[in-house]
Design a protein around this ligand. Structure first.
Ligand SMILES: Cc1ncc(COP(=O)(O)O)c(C=O)c1O
Length: 289
């Protein structure tokens, strides 16, 4: 596998970061997870925009333009013959001292990995997921805004540990006020009649690229889409609940904190939006060749 690192493609075994890189020492950096479908990079400009916004929020200068970053992503996909795959774009603060001061890091490190995608088992899509509410709340906006896709994912990992320890794969994360923010690595949607509702990003969610695509596809399909504050009651009593994310795409949640959602099976709106999303993803994107 060829990895893009420090401005060039290198062999996987040569793609190494320093032990003094602040990405490693402090989780100081930002990242993106992007999909390629059918020889095209899906929503590349949107992911790159979010990457640069995240970097700006943590005062990290990415040492290349968004246009050259987009080209580097495509080039890395091409070098690895990716048609359907998963791309991880990482920007670390770079090599510094053992102290916190980020301004002593000379240059941010840009890493691009384009690999095969590890798909979730089909059974999870057919049957839907069970979730619990994690006791770990989503980061406080004023402390580390969840809109920043930073390399520090401990908040999400702590919640994920709770889910796995409880025998489920995902969890609801609440914001510090007790409202539903998102899942540990996905956005959340609720279906109620002909309404599709998702929490606004100020409620503690990452503004997901898949979330935005699903909202626009749903609007085009005549569904009433809105952002609204949601509590756990809204989840328990919804007709349908689903999660969205780059890796998971659209996946039903059929049980939350041992309450069956709807009839306990992926519902018609979730199935319809899953189908529409697949059609859209396979037909849109930046050509790799
Ligand atoms: C915390 C969190 N929320 C939501 C998402 C979904 O975002 P996207 O659809 O852009 O992958 C992700 C994945 O990147 C995530 O890590």
């Amino acid at each position: 596998m060829k990895i893009y690192m420090s401005g060039k493609l290198v062999n996987e075994k040569d793609a190494k970061v320093s032990v003094f890189d602040h990405g490693l020492l402090y989780g100081d950096g930002v990242f993106e997870g992007i999909r390629a479908y059918n020889g095209r990079v899906f929503m590349l400009d949107e992911h790159i925009k979010r990457l640069y916004d995240s970097a700006k929020a943590i005062a990290l200068d990415i040492p290349m333009t968004p246009e050259s970053m987009a080209k580097a992503v495509v080039k890395t996909c091409r070098a690895n013959d990716i048609r359907d795959g998963y791309i991880r774009l990482v920007v670390t603060r770079g090599v510094g001292t053992l102290g916190l001061n980020p301004y002593l890091c000379k240059k941010a490190e840009v890493i691009i990995i384009a690999a095969a995608i590890q798909l979730y088992p089909k059974k999870l899509y057919d049957d839907g997921l069970a979730v619990i509410t994690a006791g770990t709340t989503r980061n406080l906006q004023e402390a580390l805004n969840p809109r920043i896709k930073s390399l520090n994912y401990l908040n999400n990992i702590m919640a994920k540990i709770e889910a796995i320890n409880s025998g489920v794969m995902e969890c609801l994360m609440l914001n510090p006020q007790g409202y539903v923010a998102e899942a540990s690595g996905d956005n959340i949607f609720v279906v109620r009649g002909n309404d599709l509702i998702t929490p606004p990003s100020w409620c503690g969610a990452l503004e997901g690229v898949t979330r935005n695509v699903v909202m626009s596809i749903a609007r085009d399909a005549g569904i009433n889409v809105r952002e609204s504050v949601l509590g756990r009651y809204d989840i328990y009593t919804a007709d349908e609940v689903f999660l969205t994310g780059t890796a998971a795409e659209v996946i039903a949640v059929v049980n939350a904190d041992r309450r069956k959602i709807g009839n306990g099976k992926p519902g018609p709106v979730t199935r319809r939006l899953t189908r529409l999303f697949h059609e859209f993803a396979r037909a849109n994107g930046t050509e790799i060749k």
